[in-house]
Design a protein around this ligand. Structure first.
Ligand code: 13P
Ligand code: ZN
Ligand code: NA
Length: 275
C-alpha cells in the first residue's frame, strides 16, 4: 500500500505509524528489528544531514535492502527537506515520501514551494508532507507558535499535500520541562483538513500524551533524538566496560538498546487505538 493511502486509512481509523530516523547501518537494523518483532509497519526516514553523511545512493539502497531483509512493511521518507534540489533527487531515486519543509519562510512562499514539490511528486504518485507553523528546536530559545485550524485547512487546500506537520506544543530534541501538547487543537485541525497529521519532536513526550494525540488524529509520529540517545548511552557504557576492538561485537549491544526503545514506542502507539 502506498504511504499516502496508509496514512489516510490511519486518519479514518484513529491509528498512527512510527517514523524513525536512522543514521547508519546499526540504527537502521535497530528500527527494522523493532518493527519486525512487534509485527508493525514503519516509516524509515533520513534527514538531509544523514543523507550527506551516507550519500543519497547508499542511504536509499541501504533502507530499501533493510526493508527487504527484515521483511517489514515500510516506507522510505525524507525528513525536513529544505533544499528543493535534494527533495527532487530523493523523489527521482525512489523515495516513497518526502517532506518539504519551508515552514521558516513566509506563508505565501511556503505555499508556493510546497506546491511545486507536490507537482513534482505527482508523476511518481508519492506521499508529500509539509509543515505549517514552526516546530521549535530545543537547543535554541524559541517560543511556541501553534498551527491554527483555518490556516491548516487553507494550506492543505492550496498545496494539495497528503500529510501535514503541525505545531501543537512539541519540539525537536529533549525537553527541559514536560511538554504540554495541545490535544484539543489536534482534533480541531484534524476535523477541518483532508491531510494526515504528523507529530514531530516526539522524543521526551510522555506516553499518555502520545496516545491522546493519536486518538485526536495524529497519524505519523516522528522519533529521532531518543534513538540516538539510547544507542550512544549503551555504546559508551559498553566501551567503558570492555577492551573488545572487534566493532562487530561492540555495536550490536547498542543496536539492541535502540531496538528495545523503538519497540516500547511502537507498543505505546499501537495501544493508543485500543484504549
Ligand atoms: P525528536 O528528535 O524530538 O524525536 O524529533 C524528531 C523529528 O521530529 C524528526 O523530524
Ligand atoms: Zn521533525
Ligand atoms: Na522532542
Amino acid at each position: 500500500m502506498k504511504l499516502q493511502e496508509k496514512l489516510l486509512l490511519n486518519k479514518k481509523e484513529g491509528k498512527a505509524l512510527l517514523a524513525t530516523n536512522f543514521y547508519n547501518y546499526e540504527t537502521l537494523t535497530a528500527v527494522l528489528t523493532a518493527a519486525k518483532e512487534t509485527d508493525s509497519s514503519l516509516i524509515v526516514q533520513l534527514s538531509e544531514s544523514s543523507i550527506h553523511y551516507l550519500g543519497l545512493d547508499m542511504a536509499y539502497k541501504m533502507a530499501r535492502a533493510g526493508l527487504a531483509k527484515h521483511e517489514v512493511e515500510g516506507w522510505i521518507h525524507l525528513d525536513h527537506g529544505q533544499n528543493t534540489d535534494l527533495v527532487k533527487a530523493c523523489i527521482d531515486i525512489g523515495f516513497d515520501s518526502v517532506m518539504i519543509d519551508a515552514s521558516e519562510k513566509p506563508i505565501t512562499e511556503n505555499v508556493e514551494i510546497t506546491k511545486s514539490i507536490v507537482n513534482y511528486a505527482a508523476a511518481k504518485d508519492i506521499n508529500v508532507e509539509a509543515e505549517l507553523g514552526y516546530i521549535a528546536k530545543l537547543d535554541q530559545q524559541q517560543k511556541m507558535v501553534y498551527t491554527q485550524p483555518d490556516e491548516a485547512k487553507s494550506f492543505v487546500d492550496q498545496t494539495g499535500v497528503n500529510a501535514l506537520a503541525i505545531a501543537v506544543g512539541s519540539a525537536h530534541g529533549f525537553y527541559k520541562t514536560t511538554p504540554n501538547l495541545q490535544i484539543d487543537l489536534i482534533g480541531e485541525i484534524n476535523a477541518v483538513t483532508n491531510a494526515a497529521l504528523v507529530l514531530h519532536g516526539s522524543s521526551g513526550i510522555p506516553a499518555d500524551q502520545i496516545q491522546a494525540a493519536v486518538r485526536q488524529g495524529i497519524t505519523k509520529i516522528n522519533l529521532a533524538t531518543e534513538i540516538k540517545n539510547a544507542f550512544m548511552l549503551k555504546l559508551k557504557a559498553h566501551m567503558n566496560a570492555t577492551d573488545e576492538i572487534d566493532l562487530r561485537k561492540v555495536f550490536p549491544v547498542a543496536t539492541e538498546a535502540a531496538k528495545n526503545l523503538v519497540k516500547e514506542k511502537i507498543n505505546v502507539i499501537n495501544d493508543a487505538s485500543l484504549i
